[in-house]
Design a protein around this ligand. Structure first.
Ligand code: ZN
Length: 118
């Protein structure tokens, strides 16, 4: 089965994935720092201060959905790099057909072709 992408394109893709991993790592680190802030915020809460105000501030700072999204993206990057190593990158994980190149270039993390994605 021929590779979908040329060696150069695969190397570019791997570079892109490594950069993406690095920035995701930074974002998660920022988000963990936010959690530290929130812990201080909760410890510091002065008597009489509106608990609702604090709760809102905590909710604003603790964007757990973002963290989940970033963790998922990191897992996706690692799977994509593994597919590159195995020579499976660019093949649909369901049907094995080549994934549309434009689709791959727009999002190197896609794992299925348009048909299988449904
Ligand atoms: Zn497919």
């Amino acid at each position: 089965m021929a590779a979908v992408l040329s060696r150069d394109e695969l190397e570019n893709m791997a570079g892109t994935l490594h950069e993406l991993l690095e920035s995701l790592h930074e974002e998660l680190t920022d988000e963990l720092n936010e959690i530290e802030h929130v812990r201080h915020l909760l410890k510091r809460q002065v008597p009489g201060q509106s608990g609702k105000q604090t709760a809102l501030e905590v909710a604003r700072r603790l964007n757990l959905e973002h963290m989940r999204h970033h963790l998922d993206a990191i897992a996706g990057c690692n799977r994509a790099l593994e597919r590159i190593n195995r020579g499976r990158f660019g093949r649909c994980s369901h049907c094995g057909e080549a994934i549309e190149l434009n689709r791959l270039r727009a999002d190197p993390l896609v794992e299925t072709c348009l048909i299988c994605q449904g």
